[in-house]
Design a protein around this ligand. Sequence first.
Ligand SMILES: [Zn+2]
Ligand SMILES: [Zn+2]
Length: 402
Amino acid sequence: MSATTMLESEQAELHASYRHLHEHPELSMQEHQTAAFIEGKLEELGIEHFRCGGTGVVAILRNGAGPVVAFRADTDGLPIQEDTPADYRSVATGTLPDGTAVPVMHGCGHDTHVAAALTAARIMQREHAQWRGTIVWIFQPGEETAEGAAAMVADGLWDRAPVPEIVFGQHVVSEIPAGTVGIASGSAMAMADSLRVTVRGRQSHGSQPQDAIDPIVLGAHMVVRLQTIVSRELAPQQPAVLTCGTFHAGLKENIIPDRAEFTLNIRTLTDETRAQVLAAITRILDAEAAASGAPAPEIEEMYRFPLLFNDPTATEGVRTALRGELGESQVAELPAAMGSEDFGWLAAGAGVPNVYWVFGAYPAGTENPPVNHSPFFLPVMEPTLGTGVRAAVSVLRSALGK
Ligand SMILES: [Zn+2]
Ligand SMILES: [Zn+2]
């Protein structure tokens, strides 16, 4: 029998919570019903809690003198039209900050994080004789927009909750089989920077290019030249990604417009590489503008994700706990991913280390499993949810064992 005994009543509660959350996703920083649902469950358990960072909820489970640790579950959904066969699929809609009405889906599986954390809290409370200390549960909004963790820290998270010695977190993923977990030691997920570039030209009739500074030709040169940063300026051993995800310019084929706008997404694993890439971007954009006789472009930071760095010593302890709970072969060693997370801001805000792992969503051997952010993303309920609960409980218990 596993160390984490899940009662039948707990599994029923876990599945009911998950179905409810999946059916009622909300957009980033608008998780009002989700926060109320979490608060309702905490009330039932009699666990003290408070709101933080708008739609964030912090719960504190105190169990005598001992270590303080934090566990984070993110709560937001995505603007995606769900296209799964589940009878609990979402038909929810929401409104983006710019006013656009959109369908909403738990397309990243944050509903599994919330449901698993609530059940883990229930188990830790029931089994309070097995551990000592304090658990700070962080139900964090706005992960998908990189706003939530920073908002909670800015709202005094660590002034209002006991400061932990470590922050734990987990994420459901399609890449490893359900029932297994994966963990990376050291750099686990990349830093990300999103930039908006506005290129200024001079507008004229499409037949009179001599009167124009064409921002489309200029912008196209910029985008192509930017590709040489990773391929020609960085060492092959220095991982980085530079993607131009949008490019907008012009209204009509016979008008040379006065501006073009594009956005860039940059992923790096070290501060040195990040600084090198950002400096090269500015150098290239300014030089290309000068080459066209155009003014320097405007470069604006849209948002930024921190590096997710798993403390190597603490990661060793987490790996041991996970292997003890799930079995040696169920715990995979993962390389650093170029995806990003705002999880790192929570521990950084407290000046403490963190450890983050992933758990699988689909049965082993599933062909082309739909990935996170796909309209078809639908984890199998078990062993996915049960694994999330067991991972959380085993790690917390190993950190807080008597
Ligand atoms: Zn996501
Ligand atoms: Zn996610």
